[in-house]
Structure formats: structure tokens, C-alpha cells
Unconditional design. Structure first.
Length: 293
């Protein structure tokens, strides 16, 4: 398994779905400050490849969320990859309004960083390392950026809408600093998630299917050999299924399982832990690289 293929196998399921893990807890008591820590384990083709940790802090009408992930063990020594993402923003009546998004990633020692700054009026300014043109990507026109959200904030709106009784049916315009795409969420109804030694959850959960519509910013010569759906590379990537349910009786709904398909086999993300922090202070976005593992 090569490092690029490993990253391609994990990213579609991990980003943005896992990046938003825990955001579903915001709606039950929106005025009450709270902080959650969730842990996940990612399997590709039946093999555990990394652990991830998501953190959410909510204070009044402000949210802050982040996720850290890195390959570990033998795989981490062969193909070191780590990523740290953070988003902060405001919760408004019409949905989340992002203020700042950062993603700091390292693949075999090479940085891949993104910073998005929002002006509150629909415009976004991006700083990207390396520049998109260095990846032979098509540029994203400014006209396609207005009104977009970062991947984390985009899922915030979906989960908040679901908790208002609207389900997860909606389309979210996303700009991640390199690509412009739409996330289409379809509500698949309630499903049974079977018991697994890899997960702390078993029971009934709401299934949401997330599909991607590419708009701009993709590689001019995409690698179509990775995804099982032929022709078009990343543009043809399979959907991600996300199951959302309370982990404890009377508790808030959380993403408890995620699944996607890839040329290396199924990508499955299990919830391995969920803890509510008694402290309620909001954590700021962090831009420094994650500690080496």
C-alpha cells in the first residue's frame, strides 16, 4: 500500500465526515457550553491503519471543532502521514457561519497546509501550501467561492438541521482550499448497526449517505486506477455512509460508524470512545503540526 493510495483511501471517509464528528451534540442544549472528545479507529481492507481523535467545544452561539489523525505502528514507520484540522465559527439561525479553518498535514515530511479566512459576508480568502498549481490542479474561479463553507462547518449545518427534525437531506457547497465540490446528503432512514468488538456502539442509528459532485480545482490528470468506479479518478469516488445515534440513553446523537469503498477494499471507521469534558471553555483553533507519533 503506497502512501498516496493510503491517503486517498482514508481521506474521502475521514474528510469531511469524521472531521465533523461530535458536531451533532450542539443542538440539544445550544445555550449550554460543552466539550466532547471522540475517538475512532480506521480500517482499510480489514486492516487497522490509524486512530483519530475529534474534539468539539461549544459556547453560546460559537463552535470550535477539530480532528487529529496519524498513521501509527509499522505502517506509520513505512508511510508517515498525519493531519490536524480546526474550524471555528458562529451558529446563526440559518446555519453555521465559519470564521476560520486550518488544516496542517504532513506526508513523508512534506507539509500540505490550508488556511481559510471568512469575512462574514460570503467571501473567503485562502492560503495553501503547496500552491494548487504545483499539484497540476485546475484553478477555482472566485465566482465559485462565494457562499461556500469549509468541510467541517458544512457538516455542522447538516447535523444541526437533522436535530431540528429536518433529517440529513441537503446539499452543501464546499471549498477546502484546493477543491470546490458539493456534498449531497441523502437520508436513508433508521438502520441497525450490529455489535462489533471494534466499536463501543451497537443498535439503531440514522443512516446518511454523502455523495460528492466535483465543481473545480481537481487534478488535470486524475488517477482513475484507485477507485473501483472507473474513469474520472477522484470525481468518481464512491459515497460515504454515516450512521448517527446516541451512544448513551438520553445522550446526544453522534457519528458511530462510517463506511466507504476503495480500490484497496472497504474503508470502515468505528467509534471507540465518547467522553464529555466537565470543562466548558472553548478551545481555539490550533495551527501547529500534530506531535510526531
Amino acid at each position: 500500500m503506497s502512501a498516496p493510495n493510503l491517503r486517498r483511501a482514508i481521506a474521502p471517509a475521514l474528510m469531511p465526515a469524521l472531521l465533523a464528528a461530535g458536531l451533532a451534540v450542539t443542538a440539544p442544549r445550544a445555550a449550554q457550553a460543552q466539550r466532547w472528545t471522540l475517538t475512532y479507529r480506521v480500517h482499510v481492507g480489514g486492516v487497522a491503519v490509524l486512530d483519530a481523535r475529534a474534539e468539539l467545544a461549544l459556547t453560546g452561539d460559537r463552535y470550535s471543532v477539530g480532528v487529529d489523525a496519524a498513521t501509527d505502528g509499522f505502517l506509520g514507520r513505512m508511510f508517515p502521514w498525519e493531519t490536524r484540522s480546526r474550524s471555528v465559527g458562529m451558529i446563526r439561525p440559518d446555519g453555521p457561519a465559519p470564521l476560520r479553518h486550518t488544516q496542517v498535514s504532513t506526508l513523508r515530511g512534506s507539509p500540505r497546509n490550508v488556511t481559510l479566512e471568512y469575512d462574514g459576508r460570503g467571501s473567503v480568502r485562502a492560503e495553501v501550501t503547496p500552491p494548487p498549481q504545483d499539484d497540476d490542479r485546475e484553478p477555482v474561479p472566485d465566482s465559485l467561492l462565494r457562499g461556500t463553507q469549509d468541510p467541517l462547518s458544512g457538516v455542522v449545518g447538516v447535523l444541526l438541521a437533522g436535530l431540528r427534525g429536518e433529517g440529513c437531506q441537503r446539499t452543501v457547497p464546499v471549498y477546502d482550499g484546493r477543491r470546490r465540490y458539493d456534498m449531497l446528503f441523502v437520508d436513508e432512514g433508521m438502520r441497525l448497526v450490529g455489535a462489533s468488538r471494534n466499536s463501543v456502539f451497537a443498535g439503531t442509528a440514522r443512516q446518511c449517505r454523502v455523495s460528492y459532485t466535483p465543481i473545480a480545482g481537481y487534478n488535470r490528470k486524475p488517477d482513475s486506477s484507485f477507485w473501483r468506479r472507473g474513469g474520472g479518478g477522484e470525481e468518481q469516488r464512491p459515497p460515504v455512509d454515516v450512521w448517527i445515534a446516541p451512544v448513551t440513553p438520553g445522550g446526544p446523537p453522534l457519528p458511530v460508524r462510517l463506511e466507504a469503498d476503495s480500490g484497496l477494499g472497504s474503508v470502515v471507521i468505528h467509534l471507540t470512545g465518547a467522553t464529555k469534558d466537565p470543562q466548558t471553555a472553548e478551545r481555539p483553533a490550533v495551527e501547529t503540526p500534530a506531535p510526531k507519533r
